[in-house]
Write a protein that binds this ligand. Structure first.
Ligand SMILES: C[S@@+](CC[C@H](N)C(=O)[O-])C[C@H]1O[C@@H](n2cnc3c(N)ncnc32)[C@H](O)[C@@H]1O
Length: 283
C-alpha cells in the first residue's frame, strides 16, 4: 500500500518523516522521491543492508538499526524530532517470508524454528517458546490467531510432541499443525499457528501498544501517523488508539474505516489481502 500510505502521510518537500519499519525500503524510496527527508528504522540488521542498497542514489535519509519502541531515543539521537509524519508498516517483509533459513517460511522443514528479527539482541527463538512455556501460556500464545478450541488443540499437540523430543525445526512445527481445523479455504493450516508464534517471539503486540503514544508525541501539529496492520489483533490496538486520541481532542481521525489494498495490489501480493491502514493527524 505504498501509494495510499504516501498520500496518507501528506509528504512535503524538505520536511522530516520517520519510517519505523524500513523493510526493503519501498516506502522510504517513495518519500524520498517526493522530496521528503526520512529516518528509517528496522529491527532486522539484514533488512538495513537491502534498504541501503536500494536507496544509494538518494541523500536525504538515515538508517538506524533498532526497535521502534525506542523511537523517541532514536529520533533525538539523530536530531530527527519533531517530525511531520510517521509510518508503521507492521510485521515482516516478503523477504522474511521467502527466506528459507530463518524459520518464518514453512517451505524448508529442515530450518531451525527461529523467527527472531534481531538475533543479536533477542535470545528466545520460536522453538524455545514451544519447549519452555506452560500449557496456559501456550494457549494464550496461540489464541492470538486461533479460536480458543484450536488454540487448546494445538497446545495439546505441542505438549505431546515435546515429551518425545524438543521442538527444533520448521518441520517439527508443521507436524504439530497436521490435522488442525482452522483457517480459510486456500490458506495453509500452518499459517495461523506460525503467525502466532512469530508475534510472540518478536513481542509484536506489546511493541505496537508501546510505540503508538510515543510516536504520536513526536509529531508536529498537523503531522500524521499512518499504520498498516496485517492481523486483527494489531488493527484492534491501532483502532482503539486512534479513537482515543480523537475523543480527547488531541488528534483528528482521518480514517473512520480502514483503507484496504486495491485488487491490482492483491493480485501482485497475496499478503496485501489482510492489510488495513489507519491514519490519525495530530491537532
Ligand atoms: C512489512 S515490512 C516493511 C516493508 C517496508 N514498508 C517497505 O516498503 O519495504 C516490516 C518491517 O518491519 C521490521 N520490524 C518489525 N518489528 C519491528 C520493530 N519492533 N522495530 C523495528 N522494525 C521492526 C521488520 O524487520 C520488517 O523489515
Amino acid at each position: 500500500m505504498v501509494d495510499e500510505a504516501i498520500k496518507g502521510l501528506h509528504i512535503e518537500k524538505g520536511l522530516k518523516y520517520i519510517d519505523c519499519t524500513a523493510g526493503n525500503g519501498g516506502h522510504m524510496e517513495a518519500i524520498l522521491k517526493m522530496g521528503g527527508q526520512v529516518l528509517g528504522i528496522d529491527l532486522d540488521p539484514a533488512m538495513l543492508a537491502v534498504t541501503q542498497k536500494r536507496l544509494e542514489i538518494f541523500r536525504d535519509f538515515k538508517l538506524v538499526q533498532g526497535n521502534f519502541v525506542n523511537i523517541d531515543r532514536i529520533a533525538r539521537n539523530n536530531n530527527w524530532s519533531p517530525v511531520n509524519g510517521i509510518l508503521l508498516d507492521l510485521g515482516v517483509s516478503n523477504i522474511h517470508l521467502k527466506d528459507l533459513e530463518r524459520g518464518f517460511s514453512f517451505e524448508n522443514p529442515e530450518a531451525i524454528l527461529d523467527m527472531r528479527l534481531d538475533p543479536n539482541t533477542q535470545d528466545i527463538k520460536g522453538s524455545d517458546l514451544l519447549n519452555i512455556l506452560r500449557e496456559d501460556q501456550l494457549e494464550d500464545l496461540f489464541s492470538v490467531s486461533l479460536d480458543p478450541g484450536a488454540a487448546k488443540w494445538i497446545t495439546g499437540r505441542v505438549l505431546h510432541s515435546r515429551m518425545a523430543k524438543p521442538v527444533e525445526t520448521v518441520g517439527d512445527m508443521l507436524e504439530i499443525c497436521e490435522g488442525l481445523r482452522t483457517g480459510k479455504p486456500g490458506m495453509s493450516i500452518a499459517t495461523l499457528p506460525f503467525l502466532a508464534l512469530r508475534i510472540a517471539v518478536n513481542s509484536e503486540l506489546t511493541n505496537l501498544k508501546e510505540v503508538l503514544p510515543v510516536a504520536f508525541d513526536l509529531l508536529e501539529s498537523d503531522g500524521r501517523l499512518v499504520v498498516i496492520s496485517f492481523h486483527s489483533g494489531e488493527d484492534k490496538i491501532v483502532k482503539e488508539f486512534i479513537k482515543g486520541k480523537g475523543q480527547t481532542g488531541e488528534g483528528k481521525m482521518i480514517t473512520f474505516a480502514p483503507i484496504r489494498a486495491g485488487e491490482t495490489e492483491i493480485d501482485l501480493n497475496r499478503r496485501a489481502r489482510s492489510a488495513k491502514m489507519r491514519i490519525i493527524q495530530k491537532i
